[in-house]
Design a protein around this ligand. Structure first.
Ligand SMILES: *Cc1c(COP(=O)(O)O)cnc(C)c1O
Length: 396
């Protein structure tokens, strides 16, 4: 029997990063605004061109990008912001940080926003919408954008963990007014920490750049929208959420790796998903037709498991070498809305709760081999049998 694959290790940083890091170490030129054409500036230009956006601003995290997005929209204190109830705690946190109030929308058991609840909660007092494409799972962006545009409400896409995902062939993150991505180590581009904000809007990029910490006339090094920078000069607070040159030097050579990571991640996902869907215990929800996935993990729902059985399954999978988490059953999970006690109170959201209590998450990085994938699929199927007994012949 082969050994359990290590799904936690990141890929090595491409060799191409070394010369640039050596240069930065020798020069000590680590601050993005010291020299012209610094690695952070080049990363912004390359990322914007790759994703298909006019402007990009690299910052210290995706959380910072979300916060700056809300601030750049000029939302007043206590503005209500619609967010999905299935997201990472960083999202409601960014709303609180921007002095706004998050309104949670139900998410269905296919991990996508429940459009009936979305429409019901899109009341006149909603001033912005954040759509989290959790693990790349893309909600119905056609319906969401139609409703938002109808009411003139700006949409921020939290694409932290969905770089490379497409909707009707368009990159996720470029559909709303602003898109935000993460360079934290578990995402598709790894700088340890970091993030990037993209937009086509002159006003938003100028405001976000100044607030990210382009103090005095550092904004001149961005080249574009100089008249907008001049207009906003000294009118906005500085939050200093810049990215450093070392992080940019680590990310830049990874951009060329993206197509491979996306292609292999999708193939790995679909391979394991097909094996799980063949069993009576698991359902990997279908994507919506316009979506092309770029997964580096797999989510699936347990079918007909009690909570005790779901916990036993989690334990059995671990004993067989595969760590999974049931989002709603692992203690203090940051993606379970009832753990966001910092909001004061959280509403009752039965649809999202039911999904979280059966939705499993397992890492599936692009670098895994077919034997690794077979090991994982076999371990999950065997763990289900450990709990539920042998499957009856299925499909006959
Ligand atoms: C990782 C993640 C974030 C936060 O990204 P950071 O760069 O760690 O701040 C936000 N939203 C989602 C959906 C994420 O997966």
């Amino acid at each position: 029997m082969s050994a359990a694959p290590n799904v936690y290790d990141a890929e090595p940083i491409p060799e191409g990063a070394r010369a640039e890091i050596e240069r930065l170490l020798n020069s000590g030129d680590l601050f993005r605004y010291t020299s012209e054409n610094a690695p952070v500036t080049l990363l912004e230009q390359e990322f914007a061109a790759m994703i298909g956006a006019k402007y990009a601003l690299a910052v210290s995290s995706c959380s910072a990008a979300l916060f700056l997005s809300l601030k750049a929209l000029g939302l007043p204190r206590d503005a209500k912001v619609l967010i999905p109830a299935f997201t990472f705690a960083a999202v409601p946190s960014s709303v609180v940080h921007a002095d706004c109030i998050p309104v949670l929308v139900e998410v269905a058991d296919n991990y996508r926003i429940d459009m009936a609840d979305f429409e019901a909660k899109l009341t006149d007092d909603i001033q912005a919408i954040i759509i989290s494409h959790m693990r790349g799972h893309t909600s119905d962006m056609d319906a969401i954008m139609a409703l938002a545009n109808d009411r003139n409400i700006p949409v921020i896409e939290d694409a932290a963990h969905s770089l490379g995902t497409q909707w009707h062939g368009t990159n996720i993150g470029t559909i709303g007014k602003i898109g935000c991505f993460s360079f934290q180590s578990y995402k598709l581009l790894n700088a340890g920490e970091g993030g990037i904000l993209i937009t086509d809007d002159d006003e938003i990029i100028a405001k976000a750049i100044i607030m990210s910490g382009a103090y005095e006339h550092n904004w001149k090094k961005h080249g574009h929208v100089q008249d907008r920078f001049r207009f906003w000069q000294n009118k906005l607070p500085l939050y200093n959420q810049r990215l450093g040159n070392m992080s940019a030097a680590i990310v830049r050579p990874q951009l060329a790796e993206l197509p491979r990571r996306v292609r292999d991640g999708r193939a790995n996902h679909d391979y394991v998903a097909a094996r799980l869907n063949d069993s009576p215990w698991f359902i990997v929800p279908d994507k919506l037709p316009p979506e092309e996935r770029a997964p580096d993990s797999l989510q699936f729902n347990l079918e007909g498991f009690s909570q005790a059985e779901a916990r036993a399954f989690q334990k059995a999978a671990k004993a067989r070498g595969v760590a999974i988490q049931v989002f709603g059953l692992s203690e203090d999970n940051a993606r379970a809305f009832w753990n966001w006690q910092f909001l004061g109170s959280t509403p009752d959201l039965p649809l999202t709760r039911a999904m979280l209590e059966k939705a499993c998450d397992t890492r599936l990085p692009a670098r895994l081999t077919t034997p690794d994938l077979d090991f994982i699929a076999a371990a999950l199927l065997a763990a289900a049998e450990d709990v539920k007994g042998p499957a009856r012949a299925y499909g006959t």
